[in-house]
Design a protein around this ligand. Structure first.
Ligand code: COA
Ligand code: ZN
Length: 311
């Protein structure tokens, strides 16, 4: 049996933050349904931000409600503050991912307050979660600009580790370590992810890479070496933070699945079905830039052969 590696589709959230077209809720939900049918059972479906900050997510309630009702996959949402978490909790979204930045300057640009204030807000969110009756909502603690920042430059690794530890102490059930602007390189990823995993023990850690400088998949390989087994990715390599200058797309979902499967991991995902979905989504988003090699070249005839031979 192959070891599992986990891919979370973040296209309906990160992927469409900076696109020009506002997608109808029904298309966002169709995207989720087809992603789950292609075998990816973990999807970040929307973002609970004020509509005037990102108009794309004016329908966050409708999409989150639809995604939770649809079933067949684990729906998560992004929230930048307590107000966002309250909106998500009210709908019973099972996984709520909070975002703050290790870079003080990016935190200020992105959520208009200091990183320390964001940490205090996370403590309030966790307290509110703990008071809720019924099923426990899982909280993801997201650390943006963990590998560097286009505003501030270098971000000290010790600071990222300290934030990771504090998020876990405050109640995060999972950590998401994000290279928001594609500054990370494999050596740095191996070093930082080894340090984060050592510091947080058994708490699951996801890496969220952007391919801005072409090192996205190399960084996945480095993170695997450090013990990471979960990755965010976006269909067609869409994505980017509107408040991080120069940000571009996430690692491409189809290519990420291809890499993980070639390395012998079981992602559960069907690459051809993902490529078919990507063609459909491309049609919804005229004028956008799509990336990814597998959609262009197709799977090799030897797909999985090496992994199977090694097994
Ligand atoms: N959802 C809906 N409305 C919200 C909200 C949320 N999550 N957070 C705040 N608001 C509302 C407030 O109720 C207030 O409304 P009012 O003017 O009618 O009273 C208004 O927005 C301003 O609230 P305030 O707390 O002062 O927010 P702010 O203007 O300081 O903005 C954030 C802070 C966090 C809401 C904003 O910077 C943001 O949404 N950032 C997210 C950026 C992002 O998504 N980046 C990409 C992902 S990394
Ligand atoms: Zn991102």
């Amino acid at each position: 049996m192959r070891e599992k590696a986990h891919v979370r589709e973040v296209g309906p959230r990160d992927g469409i933050q900076v696109v020009k077209t506002i997608l109808p809720s029904a298309q966002k939900l169709a995207w989720c349904r087809a992603t789950a049918a292609a075998g990816i059972r973990d999807i970040e479906v929307t973002s609970f931000v004020p509509p005037k900050v990102i108009p794309q997510f004016a329908d966050a309630e409708e999409v989150a409600r639809g995604a939770v009702a649809m079933g067949g996959f684990l729906a998560s949402v992004l929230v930048p503050n307590l107000k966002g978490a309250e909106r998500a909790f009210a709908l019973g979204v099972p996984v709520v991912n909070y975002v703050l930045s290790a870079s003080e300057a990016h935190n200020l640009a992105n959520v208009r307050r200091s990183t320390e204030e964001s940490l205090q807000d996370f403590a309030r969110i966790a307290a509110l979660r703990d008071q809720r009756p019924g099923l426990r909502i899982a909280l993801g603690g997201g650390i943006a600009t963990a590998f560097g920042c286009t505003i501030a430059g270098a971000v000290p690794e010790a600071r990222v580790v300290e934030i990771a530890v504090r998020l876990v102490e405050m109640g995060a059930d999972e950590l998401i370590v994000a290279d928001t602007v594609g500054y990370g390189d494999p050596r740095q990823v191996r070093r930082l992810m080894t340090a984060v995993i050592a510091a947080v023990g058994r708490v699951p850690v996801t890496c969220h890479f952007h391919d801005t400088r072409g090192l996205g998949l190399a960084n996945v390989t480095a993170a695997l070496e450090a013990g990471v087994r979960a990755f965010d990715a976006s269909l067609a390599g869409l994505g980017g933070c509107p408040f991080a200058p120069g940000a571009t797309g996430n690692i491409d979902t189809e290519d990420t699945v291809f890499l993980l499967e070639q390395l012998g991991f079981d992602t559960g995902a069907d690459v051809d079905a993902l490529v078919a979905l990507r063609r459909e989504v491309e049609g919804w988003l005229p004028g956008e830039r799509f990336s990814g090699a597998i959609a262009r070249a197709g799977l090799p005839k030897t797909y999985r052969a090496q992994a199977q031979a090694a097994a």
